[in-house]
Design a protein around this ligand. Structure first.
Ligand code: ADP
Ligand code: MG
Ligand code: ZN
Length: 609
């Protein structure tokens, strides 16, 4: 037997329709039909009745003694018309006349309705119907209102206990600092005496901050998995309610529950939803502010030694209200940054355990090629590799699968049906080789892992996978300049070979400009402005919008300087390509024919005499 819970809904809807149909039929039968019938009956005088009778036009007569009415039908223009008139007297003479005229006549037998039936139809049935309709409306309203009318202000925090998530610290790769800090909290919850002896008290709250997809939510779940205490998890958006005051009520309820269950952990994901800076704007969101105030009050109110630890996660720490961040509330800030090379390798390994994969896969290489990828992207890369293996009918994933899926995750799927024209393909080949050649000549090393000129769904026509050997934390002025030259290399190759330029360089232009600008406004790498910051970055974990902080004249100067920097590098790139034009032709031809070129092939051709 199969019971599908989803069946309930259609059944309910059906029942609703049946009830509505019944009600409508009843209403029609009881009220509308008699009324319509009444309307179609023509009222005539007694005299008319007698005249019709004499004229022999009447076909049928019916006496209704109860209402003293005579109903009779006449034929008018081939149509039967029902007429009525009052009974004057039921004399024998009338009956005699009817009899002789040959009309069919009867008397209506009064309906024998029992008092019980009367009661049922006249009183109980309408009541039942009203009750049913009322019930239905009430239920509908209930389900429409978030949380239901009866559960106003109840927090819907899910309680996780140790076994339910099953995620351990070992499932989180990299992020060692974050794990260390969180391990301490878990340890405190398990044996608080150790800490109390010295007089240390645990931080009341810890805030996980970092870019999206770096494993903040995962870390919190791992804490739940490691700690032997109840774990309340709620997302910031769940506090946001239609009615003012509801969010605050939910916060109250959450902390009440937490206090009852202490020691325990409360995790508020995406806390920036409710923790935004309060500003004096009129458009300020009353509800959100109340919720935040309640949160602040609750965090102050409870006794830290009881063992309620509040974890929160956000990728917009700079938008949080300062009151939330002050010591005593979220006094520990745990950065969860993008993984470094080792971290990326570990994350790949953790996720590769979940799929069948060849033994000879070099995770280090994959990690190198996926520089800048977040944990979520790496997890996705591994999964894409497995999907690709299935698509090809293999039973395990290979190194090639992994490499291809880096491109898929970062650049989008290969577009099978979009073919480049021969001319376009040639331009793209020269463009991509232009980038790579400029990069190679500046550093004397393999600049790329692989170049492909297969169009991607993301719109990129070619894709260059840069190698990043080792981790870079500092970049010298020369390195930035070389980078800008590399960005301009694509366009430079087009100019040199085709003497015309295309739109293909728009992304390069953007990136080159951003770097050049940052050199001047943020890194103090120009002679004019010395070490003065001309712009600052807000929202550093979400793309980082820069906003200028200087006078209009300085802005003009900055713009001029930016153009100068990019132009100088563009000229340098042109010169490099000019000097190596035979290699440019050779490499571009190879790429054009093979549609893909690896770093080794590239260096082979470049170093070949
Ligand atoms: P966020 O920081 O945005 O909350 P999540 O914690 O939701 O990111 O991470 C999304 C997914 O990415 C996780 O479910 C996990 O599969 C993967 N992931 C992210 N970081 C890591 C990591 N350090 N180790 C292992 N997997 C990770
Ligand atoms: Mg998250
Ligand atoms: Zn380019």
């Amino acid at each position: 037997m199969t019971t599908n819970p989803d069946n309930k809904k259609p059944q309910k809807v059906l029942a609703t329709y049946v009830i509505i149909a019944l009600v409508v039929t009843l209403v029609l039968n009881i009220f509308v039909m008699p009324w319509l019938m009444e309307r179609s009956v023509k009222e005539t005088s007694y005299r008319d009745f007698l005249m019709n009778l004499d004229a022999g036009q009447i076909k049928e007569v019916e006496f209704d003694a109860e209402s003293y009415t005579i109903y009779y039908t006449i034929e008018v223009n081939e149509r039967t018309q029902i007429c009525k008139t009052g009974i004057l007297n039921m004399s024998d003479e009338l009956i005699e006349r009817l009899y002789t005229s040959g009309v069919d006549f009867t008397s209506v037998i009064p309906t024998q309705s029992s008092p019980l039936m009367n009661l049922l139809f006249g009183f109980i049935l309408p009541m039942v119907i009203f009750a049913a309709i009322g019930q239905m409306l009430f239920k509908k309203m209930n389900s429409n209102m978030a949380g239901g009318a009866m559960s106003f202000g109840k927090s819907n925090a899910k309680v996780y206990v140790k076994s339910s998530t099953g995620i351990k610290f070992s499932d989180v790769a990299g992020e060692d600092e974050a794990k260390e800090l969180l391990t301490e909290i878990v340890d405190y919850l398990h044996n608080p005496e150790k800490y109390r002896e010295i007089g240390a008290s645990m931080p009341k709250g810890a805030l996980l901050v970092g870019p999206p997809g770096t494993g903040k939510t995962l870390l919190a779940k791992a804490v739940a998995g490691e700690a032997d205490v109840p774990f309340f998890s709620i997302s910031g958006s769940e506090f946001v309610e239609m009615f003012v005051g509801m969010g605050a009520a939910k916060v109250r309820d959450l902390f009440k529950q937490a206090n009852e269950k202490a020691p325990c952990i409360v995790f508020i994901d995406e806390i920036d939803t409710i923790g935004k800076k309060r500003d004096g704007n009129f458009s300020g969101n009353d509800e959100r502010e109340q919720t935040l105030n309640q949160l602040l009050t609750e965090m102050d109110g409870f006794d830290g030694s009881k063992g309620v630890v509040i974890l929160a996660a956000t990728n917009r720490p700079d938008s949080l209200d300062p009151a939330l961040l002050r010591p005593g509330r979220f006094d520990r800030r745990i950065p969860v940054e993008l993984p470094d090379l080792q971290g990326r390798e570990d994350i790949l390994r953790v996720h590769a355990k979940k799929i069948k994969i060849a033994d000879n896969v070099n995770f280090r290489d994959i990690a190198k090629a996926a520089s800048g990828a977040s944990g979520a992207e790496l997890a996705n890369i591994v999964n894409e590799a497995a999907l690709r293996a299935v698509r090809d009918g293999r039973c395990f994933a290979t190194q090639a699968d992994m490499e291809e899926s880096i491109e898929v995750v970062i650049a989008g799927y290969q577009k099978k049906n979009r073919v480049l024209s021969e001319k376009e393909k040639l331009i793209v080949s020269y463009h991509e080789i232009g980038h790579a050649l400029v990069a190679a000549m500046q550093t004397n090393s393999a600049p790329v892992h692989k170049i492909t000129i297969i169009p991607r769904t993301s719109g990129a026509l070619g894709y260059t996978m840069q190698v990043e050997d080792g981790e870079h934390f500092l970049m010298s002025k020369e390195e930035i300049e070389n980078k800008i030259a590399t960005f301009t290399g694509g366009r430079a190759a087009e100019e040199l070979i085709f003497h015309s330029i295309t739109t293909g360089a728009s992304n390069d232009i953007e990136q080159a400009t951003r770097l050049a600008r940052a050199m001047i406004t943020r890194y103090g790498m120009s002679d004019e402005f010395d070490m003065v910051a001309m712009e600052h970055i807000s929202n550093q974990y979400l793309g980082g919008d820069a906003s200028l902080a200087c006078s209009a004249e300085t802005q003009t100067q900055i713009d001029q300087k930016t153009v100068e920097v990019v132009r100088a590098q563009h000229e340098k790139a042109l010169k490099i390509l000019q000097d190596n034009i035979s290699k440019l032709h050779e490499l571009a031809k190879y790429l054009y024919e093979h549609e893909t070129i690896t770093g080794e092939d590239f260096m082979d051709i470049l170093l070949r005499k």
